[in-house]
Design a protein around this ligand. Structure first.
Ligand code: SAH
Ligand code: SF4
Length: 386
């Protein structure tokens, strides 16, 4: 048997592993803290662990970081890393600094099998699930790299969103220990409210997440009726809106806040017409009457080559937001971040073979639309917060 990758374990998993080495649980706690809180990768540097344990780890364990292919820094402070996960696959991780938080957007799969019409990852198809270790390695690497860069010992990443490449609830087995590591006080100590799983609506796994690890949930709605949602989010054919809404209602009592978030990608002429506002309002009102509070997050569509789609214009997005607000639903419009480095939602393609093309595309974009490169103020050092 090969050496175990310690990034694959949540604390219970690490305790079981240590037990197999003949070590007590408190040793696992020490080791877990070294890895996740201090970013240590070298067992010999873990000076308060007994020499005998360090030697055992040396032969039985590894700590396998991901290989960085590239790092791009956007004008607004957003950072995108491309990681090599082997076999020609790569995944992307995005850090988004804001005045009061630092958010890391993490990938769960190389590619995605759901195949949403408007998503670059979906167009790429499915390659494979990431392991727990590959999911956690994105946070481990970003957190400790940024601490070194900002010369701080305080936490830099306060929020995690599982909104990178892939459908997290189609990689459930690997996802849950990764979430537990993010939440663990001996790990990253993130609050449940600040860890968000975004899903296109894998109904049975929403039910399980409510029990196993009830973090904040964002549901990718994108259409107010089954006919349109079937086209935009093909998973809707398997789990149509009434089943999805029922799963949302039963998740809510387990959620860390008293609402769920619905994401709605604004596509010109496709899902942004007055009839869609009407249907969406009716859908949300019926859910409210059934006891469910929702917040709407409108995401202006981020274009990618060959999508054949365009983003709704500003007045349409505004009209949508205002109507929903008037109906009493908290609605926000997601600010596009890092668009000069193709780091925005749905632009993550992460194909190693594609990266030359991607960087040429970026240069072309810079040349053709310098206005797109927003001069958003760069918050030099995101405050660590709880
Ligand atoms: N697979 C999960 C999480 C990853 S995508 C999901 O679908 O929820 C994170 C969010 O970005 C989702 O709401 C997704 O629908 C949205 N998205 C995908 N492609 C997009 C694009 N090109 N423009 C804007 N949002 C997009
Ligand atoms: Fe997959 Fe989410 Fe993209 Fe749909 S939007 S293809 S579920 S990553």
């Amino acid at each position: 048997m090969g050496a175990a990758n310690l990034l694959d374990f949540d604390l219970d998993g690490l305790a079981a592993f240590c037990e197999r080495l003949g070590e007590k649980r408190f040793r696992a706690v020490q080791l877990f803290r070294w890895i996740h809180q201090r970013g240590a990768a070298d067992f010999q540097a873990m000076t308060d662990l007994a020499k005998s344990l360090r030697d055992k780890l040396h032969s039985a364990a590894t700590l396998a970081p991901l290989k960085v292919i590239s790092r791009q820094d956007a004008a607004d402070g957003t950072i995108k890393w491309l990681f090599d996960v082997g076999g020609g696959d790569a995944v992307e991780t995005v850090f988004i600094p804001e005045a009061d938080r630092g958010t890391l957007c993490i990938s769960s799969q190389a590619g995605c099998a759901v195949g949403c019409r408007f998503c670059s990852t979906g167009h790429q198809g499915f390659s494979r699930n990431l392991s727990t270790g590959e999911i956690v390695a994105q946070l481990w690497f970003a957190e400790h790299t940024l601490r070194r860069q900002f010369q701080t010992t305080e936490r830099v990443i306060s929020n995690v969103v599982m909104m990178g490449m892939g459908e997290p609830l189609q990689n459930y087995q690997a996802l849950v220990p990764a979430l537990k590591t993010m939440l663990d006080d001996h790990g990253y100590g993130l609050s449940r409210r600040r860890v968000t799983v975004s899903t296109s609506g894998v109904v049975p796994m929403m039910d399980r997440l409510a029990i196993d690890c009830p973090v904040a949930l964002a549901v990718s709605l994108h259409a107010p009726n089954d006919e349109l949602r079937n086209q935009l989010v093909p998973l809707n054919r398997k789990y149509p809106l009434d089943e999805l809404m029922a799963a949302c209602r039963s998740y809510l009592p387990h959620a860390p806040r008293d609402f769920l978030t619905f994401e709605y990608c604004m596509l010109a002429g496709v899902n942004d017409q007055p009839v869609h506002i009407e249907q969406l309002t009716a859908l949300l009102v019926s859910q409210r009457e059934a006891g469910m509070n929702v917040k709407l997050n409108l995401i202006p569509f981020n274009p990618f080559p060959d999508s054949g789609l365009t983003c709704s214009d500003r007045p349409s997005v505004q009209r949508f937001a205002e109507s929903l607000l008037a109906a009493g639903f908290v609605t926000t419009v997601r600010k596009t971040r890092g668009d000069d480095i193709d780091a925005a939602c749905g632009q993550l393609a992460g194909d190693v073979r594609d990266r030359t093309r991607a960087s040429l595309r970026m240069q072309a974009l810079r040349r053709s639309s310098p206005g797109l490169v927003q001069a958003v103020q760069w918050h030099t050092k995101p405050k660590a917060s709880t």
